[in-house]
Design a protein around this ligand. Structure first.
Ligand SMILES: Cc1ncc(C[n+]2csc(CCOP(=O)(O)OP(=O)(O)O)c2C)c(N)n1
Ligand SMILES: [Mg+2]
Length: 562
């Protein structure tokens, strides 16, 4: 409620700070703990998107942060709301995504009695968030929210959690708004760039590995100019596939799970590795086996915007504390030595990538997810956005889909199931004219499948493709590998997903043969509604390269017979 004495409630001050930061949308599940903040949305120009579970709301905010580079905003209630949201907070942490989660909190005068749903947010999120705090004094809201934007976006980005005591939100104060926050850019020094020039001059076989956050289309374009000028092959790390245009002759493929053996060999043959933007975590480093720790066996340049990440795992030959964009802008100005052999081997590596991803591998059963990915990559166009969560089904995306633009793959590098549906909702909200496709596993989908209702409520016609194999396939794969034949706790009985879609007010289609997919997809598009395409997939079709039967037989043959 407005007053005419120049004061505002804490809730009003808070939402005005978000307006000042250019926030256009916030994702929430409401709670009585932050009514005054909710009320302030009533007459302010930020769209409040109400979700069905805080894990979904937090994943939506994370997806916004991931693709825009500015913090996605999420509001949740205390205790159970905050703990539900932790799924998205953890993704933002591992994926280095800017995000701010506002959490309702009990009144200040009840603290430490374990009042209704009370949590100590600094303690609970202390190791998961980049910063967790609580606002005691409404006059400090502008200062703290401003700091939250700086903290979430700068260096290595991450999530900030801010608890809001409910009586603080209703207190009236007279305070000025904080100005718009720009993420802090760190640029490489000329001394570092000349060292890099010398290293590039002396290298026969350099290789670029890209990952992490703080990328943009502009930074990606700059990277590709640098790589093309020097003819250096570029590979993208796990679920960062859309950071490089796969049609460029310098694209070498995906360094995630199930890597092209030729790419692995090429990386191992490199005499100079440039890791730009990423941390090279457990997945892309192939469980930390690719490079020796702490001293890689190869000349190793690590470019990262967070100074704490440099030297954290790998002791680089040259460490450069810079954002990817600032680094690539400087790198593309370096002088390229003539290296025809490198040019030829880079072109060969790209040909190897094309061969690896060109044609779907044969699969048991009627539906081949690889063929569907091949069909989609030709059909969707460069602006199509793919989202996913975690599960073996995602292997077909990573191998066969070909990304061309930044932000067209929105998936959790942290491997969190349930991410794809909320991420698709958020992407369709941001990019209404672009196709947004969520590819989900059957287990994965039902972790946040209720957010399909959010897509229906806000008329966001996402298309969810569910790969239904009746199992938590990834875990079955590990069971067959380690405890062959002893399948436990991994079979799931699914609902009729077509009926699920229509019950929610969407469109649904069942596909039991690959050849029926294009018609189902056309039906989904024509409906103009959020849609689910239910694929019946053979559980034996466990990866792009092998089957469950083959994994079990191999494990039994190697003596793993419990
Ligand atoms: C939130 C969460 N819970 C559990 C896991 C462990 N996990 C990884 S993959 C997986 C199974 C995925 O099953 P599904 O979505 O059906 O995909 P599939 O592997 O069958 O293709 C599980 C349980 C996880 N990664 N994330
Ligand atoms: Mg499954």
């Amino acid at each position: 409620m407005k007053s005419n004495d120049g004061t505002r409630t804490g809730g009003e001050v808070l939402i005005d700070q978000l307006v000042a930061q250019g926030v256009k949308e916030a994702f929430c599940v409401p709670g009585e703990s932050y009514l005054a903040a909710l009320d302030a949305f009533y007459d302010r120009k930020i769209e409040l998107i109400v979700c069905r579970q805080e894990g979904g709301a937090a994943c939506m905010a994370e997806a916004v942060g991931k693709t825009t580079g500015r913090p996605g905003i999420c509001f949740v209630t205390r205790g159970p709301g905050a703990t539900n949201a932790s799924a998205g907070i953890h993704i933002a942490k591992q994926d280095s995504t800017p995000m701010i989660v506002f959490v309702g909190q009990i009144a200040r005068d009840m603290r430490d009695r374990e009042a209704f749903q009370e949590l100590d947010y600094r303690a609970v999120f202390g190791t998961m968030a980049k910063w967790a705090t609580e606002i005691d004094d409404p006059a400090r809201i502008p200062e703290i929210v401003s700091r939250a934007f700086f903290t979430a976006m700068s260096g290595r980005p991450g999530p900030v959690v801010i608890a809001l005591p409910e009586d603080m939100l209703t207190e009236r104060v007279s305070v000025a708004d904080a100005p718009y926050v720009e993420a802090v850019e760190t640029s490489p020094g000329s001394a570092e760039m000349s060292k890099l020039q010398t290293m590039l001059d002396g290298s026969k076989n350099p290789m670029i590995i890209v990952g992490g956050s703080r990328w943009s289309q502009e930074a990606c374009d700059s990277l590709s100019r640098f790589a093309e000028k020097f003819s250096i092959p570029v590979c993208t790390t796990f679920r960062r596939g859309s950071m490089y245009d796969s049609s460029k002759v310098t694209y070498a493929g995906d360094l995630g799970i199930g890597v092209n053996p030729k790419l692995m060999a090429r990386i191992k043959a490199a005499d100079l590795v440039l890791l730009i933007g990423g941390r090279l975590g457990e997945m892309p480093s192939q469980s930390y086996t690719l490079f020796d720790i702490p001293t890689p066996q190869v000349k190793f340049v690590h470019v990262h915007p967070g100074s704490d990440e440099l030297g954290r795992v790998y002791h680089p030959t040259l460490a450069i504390n810079a954002t990817p964009g600032a680094f690539c802008a400087a790198a593309e100005k370096l002088t390229a030595p003539k290296n025809d052999a490198l040019k030829a081997s880079t072109a060969q590596m790209h040909a190897d990538y094309i061969a690896w991803s060109e044609k779907a591998t044969p699969q048991p059963g009627g539906v081949n997810l690889g063929e569907i990915m091949v069909w989609l990559r030709d059909e969707l166009g460069p602006d199509g956005i793919i989202t996913n969560g975690a599960g073996n089904y995602s292997g077909w995306i990573h191998r066969f889909y070909r990304f061309k633009k930044f932000g067209t793959l929105v998936g959790p590098t942290s491997g969190s199931m349930g991410y794809g549906v909320p991420a698709a909702v958020a992407m369709k909200h941001l990019y209404k004219d672009r196709p947004v496709i969520c590819v989900a596993g059957d287990g994965d989908f039902l972790m946040t499948g209720q957010e399909f209702a959010t897509a229906v409520q806000y008329n966001l016609p996402i298309i969810v493709i569910i790969s239904d194999n009746g199992i938590y396939g990834t875990i079955v794969m590990h069971q067959e590998r380690e405890y062959p034949g002893r399948i436990i706790g991994t079979r799931i009985r699914n609902p009729d997903f077509v009926a699920y879609a229509t019950a929610f007010g969407g469109y649904g289609a069942l596909v039991e043969k690959t050849a029926d997919f294009p018609a189902a997809f056309a039906g989904a598009l024509q409906s103009g509604k959020p849609s689910i395409i239910h694929l019946k997939v053979d559980p034996n079709a466990i990866t792009t390269a092998t089957t469950l039967d083959a994994i079990r037989e191999k494990a039994l043959a190697s003596g793993k017979n419990h």
